[in-house]
Design a protein around this ligand. Structure first.
Ligand SMILES: [Fe+2]
Ligand SMILES: [Fe+2]
Length: 167
C-alpha cells in the first residue's frame, strides 16, 4: 500500500529532524558555535523540502479529513518553526554565551512538538485515495529536486494560505 510507504518515508524524515534538534540542544548547552551552526544548516536543509510538500499537497489533502481549522493550525506551527529558524540562524552567527545557550535550547525545543504531531498524520493519510498519496510523493520529489532550504523556500516561494477564509 502506498500509504505504508508514505508512513515509512515520513517517519524517516521526522526522525532525522528530531535527532538533529536534540544534537542542536546539546550543542547550545556545550556553547559549541561551530556544531550548532552546522546543525541549524542541516535542519534547514531537511525541513525546506519537507515543509514544502506538506504545504503544497499533503496538508491541503487533509482538509477534508480534519477540517480547515486544524490544518490551519499545522500551518501556524510552520510559521512558528520558520520564525524559530530565523532566530537560530542569528544565534549561531555569534559566540554562544549563557543567555544565547538558554535561548537557543528553548528555540530548538520549540520545534519538537510539531515533529511528533506531524508524524501522527500518517494514520490519516491511510484514509486518502491512493492517487492523492501519489500526488504527495510527486510534490516531494519536485521539492527535493528544487532543494531550497527552509528559509530560502519561505522567503522566495512560500505562499501562506489562509484555509479558514477559503473554506
Ligand atoms: Fe512533517
Ligand atoms: Fe509539518
Amino acid at each position: 500500500m502506498l500509504a505504508d510507504q508514505f508512513s515509512e518515508t515520513f517517519r524517516t524524515e521526522h526522525r532525522a529532524v528530531r535527532d538533529a534538534i536534540f544534537d542542536l540542544i546539546d550543542a547550545f548547552r556545550a556553547h559549541d558555535q561551530e556544531t550548532a551552526g552546522s546543525l541549524v544548516g542541516q535542519i534547514a536543509t531537511l525541513t525546506g523540502p519537507h515543509f514544502r510538500y506538506e504545504e503544497e499537497t499533503l496538508y491541503p489533502n487533509l482538509v477534508k479529513i480534519f477540517g480547515a481549522d486544524y490544518v490551519d493550525a499545522l500551518i501556524n506551527d510552520h510559521d512558528g518553526a520558520i520564525a524559530s529558524a530565523r532566530r537560530l540562524v542569528e544565534l549561531v552567527s555569534a559566540p554562544i554565551g549563557d543567555a544565547e545557550a538558554v535561548e537557543g535550547e528553548a528555540a530548538a525545543r520549540s520545534l519538537l512538538p510539531h515533529v511528533s504531531d506531524c508524524d501522527g498524520l500518517s494514520i490519516m493519510v491511510e484514509r486518502l485515495p491512493e492517487s492523492e498519496v501519489s500526488d504527495v510523493f510527486d510534490t516531494r520529489a519536485r521539492s527535493l529536486e528544487a532543494g531550497l532550504n527552509l528559509l530560502e523556500w519561505a522567503d522566495q516561494v512560500r505562499y501562506r494560505p489562509n484555509l479558514t477564509l477559503v473554506s
